[in-house]
Design a protein around this ligand. Structure first.
Ligand SMILES: *[C@@H]1O[C@H](CO)[C@@H](O)[C@H](O)[C@H]1NC(C)=O
Ligand SMILES: *[C@@H]1O[C@H](CO)[C@@H](O)[C@H](O)[C@H]1NC(C)=O
Ligand SMILES: *[C@@H]1O[C@H](CO)[C@@H](O)[C@H](O)[C@H]1NC(C)=O
Ligand SMILES: *[C@@H]1O[C@H](CO)[C@@H](O)[C@H](O)[C@H]1NC(C)=O
Ligand SMILES: *[C@@H]1O[C@H](CO)[C@@H](O)[C@H](O)[C@H]1NC(C)=O
Ligand SMILES: *[C@@H]1O[C@H](CO)[C@@H](O)[C@H](O)[C@H]1NC(C)=O
Ligand SMILES: *[C@@H]1O[C@H](CO)[C@@H](O)[C@H](O)[C@H]1NC(C)=O
Ligand SMILES: *[C@@H]1O[C@H](CO)[C@@H](O)[C@H](O)[C@H]1NC(C)=O
Ligand SMILES: *[C@@H]1O[C@H](CO)[C@@H](O)[C@H](O)[C@H]1NC(C)=O
Ligand SMILES: *[C@@H]1O[C@H](CO)[C@@H](O)[C@H](O)[C@H]1NC(C)=O
Length: 810
């Protein structure tokens, strides 16, 4: 058995702890010091010829049976290649295996041309539209396929968004595990329908960017340890991974952080236990780039592929470790089998018409390369609808919106987020955007700089906004490359040209002149975020000042934010001249056209917030920002983040603490109105005399014990469009569990449906509640357990507007 906390012991032996004792008396000398400890779970379960993976695993076993040890080991790590892929598992030409091209990321294929910048994860979350999520993923997978990508490095369900200022929250769908779970299921299924493996990431509990990486020079520190209790990890962070595995995700990426003081890519409880035993995951676990911290122990803990390479850990050393008995050959066989099984499972062995790995995937756009136009002409409406449906209208007074073309004859536009950035070009663009990288904002001068301390060796100042142009994506490896950008300004020019509208604009001044006869003024701001850094704030004085300045002179001021996360609005939300507020999130390349369609009523807003907007930063409590423990202290080498709030994040926290949000989770306005009636809630099958069993009893398949997915109860309600326009509503079901423990949220989202309704029309929405939906994690039994008693069932427009209620007794 290899202890998961081996690093702590090594460091203790090296005397590292001595330096952190300083004046404090408690010298940390034992790895049992730390709150969180992961139990050892060995050996790694082998992938099995069963369920949906039966044939693929059988073929893979046969294939791997023909390999030498060196060839098998070659499949367990990336190698350098000229494919232009983010990572490449090398080919075995003698058996016709061409290698596996893995490429960023979950919002589109990155760093290449003739692909689409799709709406980002948070935008998909805000659309609450399962069907659209599937279609987006299917077309995105198709683009990856056309470029010769075998594995797309997405979707993201971790970070979930526990830390409100988290830099990568925008890559995922929602802080709510049920919403994220529903959308990740569709996304995995969609990507894989195109014959491309999804790599659901990041496993697990990487909830902040600060200290996500260890520091090995200068200020020595390990990665932050997310210390998560058993119930919380199941009910919150693991939950959407259940959905991803159920949908058949061929790959899962382990994360940079430590979980309970053991690196996530070497944590046997997480990989062998949770993922490969409890969830029945049949595919391969791939490390985030550089997240493999040791050799033998990660092999035994359940890691299958090291990226970008296994230098110094696996490779020749893995061969040695097998030969000297440290790693059983069965483990390496299983690693290779899982990789090859995914290749068969995606039908990537069928050579007909399949591009070579990395076809048309230039690593550097400045070099001549094979041009492959990967876009499907049929995807256009999905790109557009996806952009439209993630916009959330949260304020609309005085009939400000939609605009009446006949009445809005003079428009004034303000703010740095209205126009396209000055550059959309390959490197060199050191301070600006490199192609598809959206890294602008980092280290930019002036605007709301906040020093965030050390990241690695860098002392970085970080901007809250991207001042150089409109935002369609966040930054880092999840940033998508677009074939073009429709910026709000460009789309408005087209609309105004048609309508004969006079346009004024000033995208530069902090205190612009405002033409007093403007019929409306639109202020465009953004809230920027990127991989690698947490956000310095949820608002900034510059943009709030610009809004206040315009609103003081324009009675019809409309505020639009492109926001890569929560953006607070309380300094102006109640201003009488701020008549409308739109969270435009990160719409992808159709941003401008989608916004104009909404502003002018060609589309009706149907997005809903996938998070809570507070009135004040302090309302989020300790979850506002990341844990910062690098100041000289006993723990400076071992940053700790205790997830002591349990599952009480976002609206669950606001409900439990009785805090009134500014805009509730699930909230969003439409140009029409909806009414709810006739709640019906019943157990799905007539109760047997013995009742529904408390615990599931079926065998584990992909997605856990298969009867977790049995429908236990049905809830129905009628939704009527009571207003003047056609529109889509998002009917939401929340469930209150029986029992009075304070660890259980007051209510939890357990269903959402998005019917499209003409004026006067009624639809019946049906919510299927599975055994898992009505269960809590029972740590003692290590099983999901239905609670006996009365469940409260609530249906309505958002987490704080639940017009219908009823009960279910189990
Ligand atoms: C983390 O540690 C806590 C406290 O020791 C324990 O309850 C929990 O099960 C551990 N979680 C994991 C995922 O190992
Ligand atoms: C392993 O992969 C490399 C390419 O990275 C290749 O050069 C080498 O021949 C492979 N080794 C074996 C034993 O297949
Ligand atoms: C084993 O790893 C060490 C570094 O950890 C490296 O120097 C060495 O070359 C590796 N050996 C082989 C055979 O790959
Ligand atoms: C076996 O090989 C591995 C990899 O080179 C090495 O880390 C380990 O110490 C070796 N074990 C023994 C018992 O020689
Ligand atoms: C972005 O804006 C900042 C601040 O206005 C400026 O310092 C920087 O040069 C700009 N970058 C580009 C590429 O325009
Ligand atoms: C920062 O902004 C102030 C006020 O707008 C301006 O005077 C100053 O020149 C700016 N500094 C930089 C470095 O851009
Ligand atoms: C980090 O940068 C900030 C702002 O640029 C500066 O005030 C601070 O002194 C720097 N810290 C260190 C330790 O260099
Ligand atoms: C609203 O705008 C008008 C100009 O149309 C201005 O006179 C008034 O002072 C503004 N109200 C506030 C509260 O700033
Ligand atoms: C937010 O809360 C802090 C601390 O309670 C308070 O100082 C501040 O004024 C509040 N801000 C707003 C906009 O209410
Ligand atoms: C349930 O609905 C009824 C009727 O609208 C309402 O009076 C009651 O307060 C609601 N109960 C809860 C717990 O929301």
């Amino acid at each position: 058995m290899v202890p998961d906390t081996v690093w702590v012991r090594v460091l203790a032996a090296l005397g590292v702890f001595a330096t952190c004792a300083s004046a404090q008396d408690d010298v940390i000398t034992s790895d049992t010091y730390f709150y969180g400890q992961s139990e050892p779970v060995y050996p790694t379960p082998q992938t099995a010829e069963q369920g949906a993976w039966k044939d693929a695993v059988a073929k893979a076993k046969k294939f791997v049976g023909q390999l030498t040890l060196e060839e098998k080991v070659n499949l367990t790590a990336g190698a350098t290649s000229d494919t232009g892929c983010s990572g490449f598992i090398p080919a075995i030409p003698r058996l016709g295996f061409p290698g596996i091209c893995v490429t960023d990321a979950g919002n589109g294929v990155r760093g290449t041309d003739f692909v689409t910048a799709w709406p980002a994860g948070i935008h998909v979350g805000a659309s609450w539209n399962k069907d659209l999520a599937y279609q987006r993923a299917a077309f995105m997978g198709g683009e990856a396929k056309a470029k010769g990508v075998n594995t797309l490095l997405g979707p993201v369900v971790g970070p979930a968004g526990r830390v409100v200022q988290g830099g990568r929250n925008w890559e995922g769908f929602s802080i709510d595990p049920y919403l994220a779970g529903g959308l990740v299921h569709e996304t995995v299924a969609g990507i894989q329908s195109a014959g491309v493996s999804a790599c659901t990431k990041h496993f697990i509990a990487q909830e902040q960017e600060t200290h996500r990486l260890p520091t090995r020079s200068g200020a020595f520190a390990e990665s932050v340890s997310s210390n998560v209790d058993d119930r919380t990890i199941h009910e919150l962070y693991l939950w959407p991974f259940y959905d991803a595995v159920k949908a058949g995700t061929a790959s899962v990426m382990c994360s940079y952080n430590r979980l309970n003081n053991s690196y996530a890519c070497g944590n046997s409880k997480a990989l062998n236990g949770l993922l490969k035993t409890e969830l029945g995951f049949q595919g391969y676990v791939m490390s985030d780039w550089g997240a493999q911290m040791s050799g033998v122990s990660t092999a035994l803990a359940g890691l299958d592929v090291a990226m970008p390479d296994g230098e110094g850990t696996w490779g020749g050393n893995l061969t040695l470790a097998v030969n000297n008995g440290s790693v059983p050959v069965s483990r390496v066989d299983d690693m290779a089998t899982r990789v090859i099984a995914s290749w068969y499972q995606m039908n990537q062995d069928k050579s007909d018409g399949i591009p070579n790995p990395g076809d048309g995937m230039p690593a550097d756009l400045n070099v001549a390369h094979k041009i492959v136009d990967a876009r499907n002409p049929k995807s256009k409406s999905v790109v557009f609808d996806g952009a439209v449906e993630g916009h959330v209208l949260v304020k609309n007074t005085n009939n400000a919106l939609p605009f009446d073309s006949a009445k809005v004859k003079m428009l004034s536009l303000f703010g740095y987020s209205a126009k396209a950035p000055n550059q959309n070009n390959p490197a060199p663009a050191p301070e600006g955007m490199t192609f598809g990288d959206w890294s602008l904002g980092v280290q930019s001068a002036n605007l709301t700089e906040v020093n965030m301390g050390f990241f690695g060796n860098l002392n970085i100042t970080y901007s809250a906004i991207a001042p150089n142009g409109t935002l369609i994506s966040g930054g880092g490896s999840g940033a998508a490359a677009g074939s073009l950008i429709s910026a709000p300004y460009d789309a408005l020019v087209s609309q105004c040209q048609e309508d004969g509208t006079m346009l004024f604009w000033d995208f530069e001044s902090a205190t612009p002149a405002v033409v007093p006869t403007s019929d409306a003024c639109i202020v465009f701001g953004n809230a920027w975020a990127t991989e690698g850094y947490d956000r310095p704030s949820l608002r900034d004085d510059y943009t709030d000042g610009l809004i206040a300045h315009v609103a003081s002179q324009c009675a019809n001021t409309i505020v639009v934010f492109h926001n890569a996360g929560t953006r607070l609005v309380d300094t102006f939300a109640d201003h009488p001249n701020v008549t409308a507020i739109i969270f435009a999130h990160l719409p992808g390349q159709e941003s401008g056209r989608a916004l104009v369609s909404l502003l002018y009523g060609q589309s009706n807003p149907s997005g809903r917030l996938p998070y809570t907007v507070a009135r004040n930063e302090s309302d989020y409590g300790r979850l506002l920002g990341p844990d910062l423990t690098l100041a000289p202290s006993r723990l400076q080498h071992f940053p700790q983040s205790d997830f002591a709030e349990g599952t009480l994040v976002d609206y669950r926290h606001f409900d439990a603490a009785g805090i009134e949000p500014r805009y509730a989770f699930g909230f969003g306005l439409s140009y029409t109105t909806f009414a709810y009636a006739n709640l019906r809630a019943a157990l799905a099958k007539p109760r047997k005399s013995s009742g529904v069993a408390e615990y599931p009893s079926a065998a584990v398949a992909e997605g856990g014990q298969s009867d977790l997915w049995d429908v236990v109860a049905l809830v129905q309600a009628d939704v009527t469009n009571t207003g003047p326009r056609a529109g889509q509503d998002v009917a939401q079901l929340y469930v209150g569990f029986p029992g009075d423990d304070s660890a259980t949220p007051v209510r939890q989202l357990r269903g959402f449906e998005k019917p499209a309704l003409r004026p006067g029309a009624t639809a019946t929405v049906e919510f299927k509640l599975t055994r898992r939906d009505l269960s809590v994690w029972d740590s003692a039994a290590q099983k999901w357990r239905l609670r006996r008693g009365e469940y409260g069932v609530y249906v309505g427009a958002n987490s704080r507007d639940l017009g219908l209620n009823g009960t279910l007794v189990i």
